[in-house]
Unconditional design. Structure first.
Length: 1037
């Protein structure tokens, strides 16, 4: 077969496009005003969506592309079909590659490999007679990374830049009836060096393709600036409409109609067209303003009429009146200082990759709104225009970011950098300036009419050079109403705000106290959401709310980038870097979202919702029911909120009520007085909590029913010391049998065996039923979290590396002595042991005292003396394994989801029930999970209600699971986990917090478990729920 090298535009940095239309705002023509107001583009006779199954052929090298594949006569019957939009790597062609920083090609800008895979597409579409005399535009929403277009065998043009639209006038190439569209997409291009974002590297036509038709005389573009005057009450509407196809003698007018509702017209005017443009400046009194909390929108219809009054073009634009200003280091929206509680969002789907649907986008924004998020940074490229329409509609502040990242240059030694660790690479080279500016231009021109966009961003992690200055200069020449953001600029004047990534809490506080810098301080990435993570969120936002200059930030990031995989033996799981044999790869670093790939929330998102909630409750006098309610909304008062409250005694509600007359103004607070007084009704032996739940009175636009915005719990301190653990009357053992190897103790409905050789409780029978599979032993290790590993695998310079070096994952237990002291009603056993890894010095010495009572109660006092020299321990506690069948869990502590010392605000203290499997959080990379902190008691029983209860003498942590620690530590995917029928129970003095160490600071010092002398006390009780429940046992102890 004769072959021909395809067009090599992709090699030439000087060819950014050929025969593309100028970038412009997103719009399509409608047939009527009514249709435009309805906004359903599919009903327009001038719109044709080309999404669907296209013919497709993959070629590993451009040389193999048939020279005539785009001809109308070419036989493509043997070609495959591929959905458009999609990424071809997710359909068996080539493999996806995940890399964070490193370029997946040799670094030789602007050159890319000659072996440049090509995907060839063919699509047949029909044009009917109604379009015969119209101008037809072909629109590509997003193609990675460059492509050439043919229609009916003729070359139309070329474009590049993955996440920005490209349009072609294909009128000269069309015919009435059937037409052939052919597209060849190149995996690499010279501008690949501008798209080194932290995501899967995939290819293809991944956003929608459509046609729209206009008359030769039509609306080319428009810019709607919907601002506010200095009173922030009146709207300033500036509209500029650009037309095309007019001749000097043409007399056309442009009509502007603004609707508050489809039937409420508030402005209608007709404008003359002068030199191809029509302009409107109009003031609207007492306008309904747009913001993220009250996203008031108007609909504008722009019509173009000819001399005889015939409407020849109709466009629709959503309008939101708002202003964005920077004053005194603060971000002002409509004159109000706002806090930005945001998240970074990639286009990602576990099965469709970049090709997210409108339904996917809607799911994302609904989840975000439900979790109190008010801002999204489009990292690191412009999103589909529909995303910004959703932000307009539901109320979400946006940062639109240019499709630009050159992070990979930082890996190349010898390249100059700007002093903050980012290599200059190409950002200062004049030959690259046009390519840089092209990305700013296409972003701004497409999205300039979106009211939800507050900021333009020059890209991400591309150092800072003169090309960024050129981008900023272009943006400011077009739009002076929005601030410019760029983190890599540091404190350079090019940006209107100082932006940083992953600062410590201490750094954030220092910036809040700083007086020499007057620009806002914005954290564009922080609280890295990798695995079981997102520690100490509260401390960050305490600082953000304390200091005016700290305007907020965006969590990294919204969703895990796992790709769905299925296998008959392994089942279903999510893949990450390296799982496809992709090289280079950054392994699991793409699994760093607040939601799973299928959008199930991680517990970090639940915590984020709580921490950033627009309401804050603090205690004034909890014993007398006095609390302070602070309204942290920026625009809403609290009249739409009802507060339900409960007073709980040892986990049970004893009083409740509601407050439905909250009318606290934004940024204000009030004291609320609840009708109780614990000085009159409280019991000294009980503990009390006040729970407050803030719920919308009516359903919101982003929820089906009424919505819980915030909850808070106040632990009410007792007047004196509460002693839950009290020794009851003496009960005698019915039998005590001892031999060389073990001690057997029997009493009413229980039997306990202590193994004298290994120094462990080896058997606890309740009602004649054995509960233990393995006895109680000390435990100092946890399956490392991604933060413990600093986001990598096998590193030594991280907590997990230090733990491995110290042998905490392979400690041997050496029993030094066992002493037993007996009486008729109590047996005291003292076990001394030490722990060391083979060939290493002793790491821990322990003394565990067991006080076994004649009623079956076992008091455990564990004293630990760490001898190793490290800064932080994973945990201090004990563990045992229960027999199969004991998987019905109850507990009185924080819940219902996992909680840790630095991730617990969203988990209220209460009594909860569930199965052991319910407690397991299936992180894509298995790791420590499921802990419950600040626990008073927990029980595990079988279906008959028989089992074991453990109660803390103060507070404890615990976790239960059907996996052993070794398996949980070594597994790298969920399919490698081997579920065991037995239940592993871990009872802990505590664990270290989670921190943000995978990409950011480690745990705060106060959340680190230090290697110091520690005493941990708790009680074990056999339980039969038919005879007594946990709370009665707890209260009687």
């Amino acid at each position: 077969m004769e072959v021909n090298m395809v067009k090599d535009y992709w090699k030439d940095l000087n060819i950014l496009s050929m025969n593309t239309l100028d970038p412009h705002g997103s719009s399509i023509p409608f047939d009527s005003v009514a249709q435009a107001l309805e906004g359903d583009r599919l009903k327009s006779s001038r719109f044709k969506l080309l999404n669907g199954l296209w013919k497709f052929k993959y070629f590993k090298h451009p040389a193999y592309v048939p020279e005539d594949y785009f001809a109308t006569t070419y036989d493509d019957t043997l070609w495959d079909t591929l959905p458009v939009p999609s990424n071809w790597q997710l359909h068996g062609y080539d493999v996806p590659v995940y890399t964070n920083v490193a370029y997946p090609i040799p670094v030789d800008p602007p050159n890319v490999p000659e072996e440049n895979p090509v995907g060839c597409y063919r699509c047949m579409f029909t044009v009917n007679n109604t379009w015969k005399d119209l101008k037809t535009i072909l629109h590509f929403g997003g193609v990675s990374i460059a492509f050439t277009v043919y229609v009916n065998g003729k070359e139309v043009g070329y474009s590049q830049g993955s996440h920005m639209p490209s349009e072609f006038d294909i009128t000269p190439y069309l015919q009435v009836g059937e037409n052939c569209l052919s597209v060849e997409v190149y995996k690499w291009a010279a501008t690949s060096y501008l798209e080194d974002q932290d995501f899967w590297r995939m290819s293809g036509i991944f956003r929608e393709v459509y046609l729209y038709a206009t008359l030769n005389k039509h609306i080319k573009d428009y810019w709607v600036q919907s601002l506010l005057d200095t009173s922030y009450k009146n709207g300033i509407l500036n509209v500029e409409v650009a037309t095309e196809g007019l001749e000097n003698k043409d007399e056309v007018t442009v009509a502007i109609a603004l609707y508050e509702t489809p039937t409420q017209l508030i402005l209608e005017t007709s404008l003359d067209v002068v030199q191809g443009k029509a302009k409107l400046e109009h003031k609207i009194e007492n306008v309904k303003t747009w913001n993220a909390e009250i996203p008031n929108l108007y609909q504008m219809v722009i019509s173009m009429k000819n001399k005889s009054g015939e409407v020849i073009d109709i466009r629709r634009q959503t309008v939101g009146f708002r202003s964005i200003q920077i004053q005194s280091g603060q971000i002002l929206v409509n004159g109000v200082s706002v806090k930005l509680k945001g998240v970074n969002r990639h286009d990602t789907h576990p099965e469709r990759g970049y090709a997210v649907t409108r339904e996917d986008m809607l799911e994302d924004i609904l989840l975000m709104k439900q979790h109190n998020i008010n801002m999204v940074r489009s990292s690191h490229y412009p999103n589909d225009p529909y995303w910004y329409e959703l932000c307009n509609l539901y109320g979400m502040y946006g940062m639109d970011e240019a499709d630009l990242e050159t992070h990979g240059f930082v890996r190349n030694e010898g390249i100059a950098n700007n002093g903050i660790g980012q290599a200059l690479g190409i950002n200062h080279l004049k030959v690259w300036e046009e390519a840089f500016v092209d990305r700013a231009k296409r972003m701004v021109q497409r999205d300039k009419n979106q009211p939800s966009i507050l900021f333009w961003s020059l890209g991400n992690e591309s150092g800072y050079g003169s090309n960024h200055d050129a981008m900023a200069a272009y943006i400011r020449s077009v739009d002076t109403t929005r601030p410019i953001h760029y983190e890599s600029a540091g404190e350079a004047a090019v940006a209107d705000m100082v932006s940083v990534m992953y600062p410590s809490v201490e750094t954030v506080i220092a910036e809040g106290e700083r007086e020499d810098e007057k620009r806002p301080y914005f954290i564009c990435e922080f609280i890295h959401s990798m695995g079981n993570s997102m520690g100490n969120q509260q401390e960050y936002f305490d600082a953000i709310y304390k200091y005016d200059r700290l305007v907020g930030g965006c969590i990294w990031e919204w969703a895990d980038h796992g790709i769905s995989r299925r296998d008959a033996q392994k089942g279903s799981w999510f893949a990450y870097g390296g799982d496809f044999g992709d090289e280079p790869n950054d392994l699991k670093f793409c699994i760093d979202g607040m939601v799973y790939p299928d959008r199930r929330p991680h517990t970090g998102l639940l915590e984020f919702k709580q921490v950033i909630a627009p309401i804050k409750v603090t205690e004034v006098d909890g014993r007398k029911g006095i609390i302070k309610v602070e309204n942290r909304y920026d625009f809403l008062d609290l009249s739409h909120i009802m507060m339900n409250w409960e007073l709980r005694e040892d986990g049970f509600t004893i009083l409740d009520g509601f407050v439905d007359n909250l009318s606290i103004d934004p940024h204000d607070s009030e004291h609320i007085y609840l009708p109780y007084n614990l000085d009159e009704i409280g019991k000294s032996e009980c503990d009390y909590h006040l729970n407050a739940y803030f719920i919308t009175k009516t359903p919101t636009m982003f929820t089906v029913g009424c919505h819980e915005v915030y909850k808070q719990q106040i632990e009410i301190k007792a007047n004196g010391i509460i002693d839950h653990v009290r020794h009851n009357e003496k009960t005698y053992f019915s039998s005590q049998l001892e031999n060389k190897f073990e001690l057997l103790l029997e009493g009413k409905d229980f039997e306990i065996i202590f193994d004298k050789v290994y120094g462990v409780l080896s058997s606890i029978k309740s009602e004649g039923i054995e509960t233990l599979e393995e006895g109680l032993t000390e435990n100092f290790f946890r399956a490392p979290t991604d933060n413990d590993e600093k986001g990598w695998v096998g590193r030594e310079d991280c907590p997990a590396g230090l733990w491995r070096k110290a042998g905490l994952d392979k400690l041997g237990r050496n029993v030094k002595s066992v002493e037993i002291r007996k009486s008729q009603y109590q047996v005291h056993i003292e076990v001394e042991a030490n722990f060391a890894k083979t060939s290493e010095y002793v790491a821990f010495e322990t003394t565990v005292n067991y006080y076994i009572q004649g009623n079956g109660r076992i008091d455990v006092a564990m004293a630990v003396r760490p001898l190793l020299k490290i800064d932080i321990l994973p945990r201090i506690g004990m563990m045992f394994k229960m027999k199969s069948g004991f998987d019905q869990l109850s507990w009185y502590g924080r819940g219902p989801h996992e909680s840790y010392s630095d991730k617990k605000e969203s988990a209220l203290v209460g009594i909860y029930q569930g199965t052991v499997d319910d407690q397991f959080e299936p992180y894509i990379i298995p790791q420590e999970n499921g802990n419950k902190t600040e626990t008073r008691w927990q029980s595990l029983v079988n279906e008959q209600g028989v089992g074991i209860m453990v109660a803390a003498k103060t507070l404890m942590d615990f976790s239960v699971m059907h996996y052993d620690l070794k398996n949980l530590t070594e597994a790298t995917h969920t399919y490698e986990l081997k579920r065991m029928p037995e239940t592993l129970v871990m009872i802990d003095y505590g664990q270290s917090g989670l921190g943000n160490g995978s990409c950011g600071p480690d745990q705060l010092e106060k959340y680190k478990l230090k290697p110091v002398h520690t005493v941990f006390e708790f009680v074990i009780l056999p339980i039969d729920k038919k005879k007594a429940n946990e709370i009665s046992l707890y209260r009687s102890m």
